[in-house]
Design a protein around this ligand. Sequence first.
Ligand code: 5GP
Ligand code: ZN
Length: 112
Amino acid sequence: MSDCIFCKIVDGSIPSKKVYEDDKMVAFYDLEPQAPVHIVMIPKTHIASANELDEHNSPAVAHIFSKVPEIAKSLGLNGGYRVVNNCGADAGQTVFHIHFHLLGGETLGTMV
Ligand code: 5GP
Ligand code: ZN
């Protein structure tokens, strides 16, 4: 999508500090980290939010989760981490290209 910030990160027109990339996804440092390690993981295909997932596009999400252990290990998150998805206004979603926050590097508070 032409006006989507994360599609622009995928195509390189907005720079990002990437920690992982393959043909289906990109993982990069969040601009405003909420933990010592705060990564955003996105599919290269534009899906607006978790509310748009279906049986056809959900493999893109499964792929991201299949790479979480490898990404977490590469960042030294040996003590654990949290994966978060904000869906929609009530959850505070600000970028409407589905993404998963990977948070760690300290003992995280109880959010749920
Ligand atoms: P949301 O609130 O939608 O779950 O999360 C969006 C996240 O994207 C926020 O944590 C915000 O800091 C991050 N973000 C927004 N724009 C950019 C950007 O241009 N580059 C990077 N690296 N992160 C961004
Ligand atoms: Zn997008």
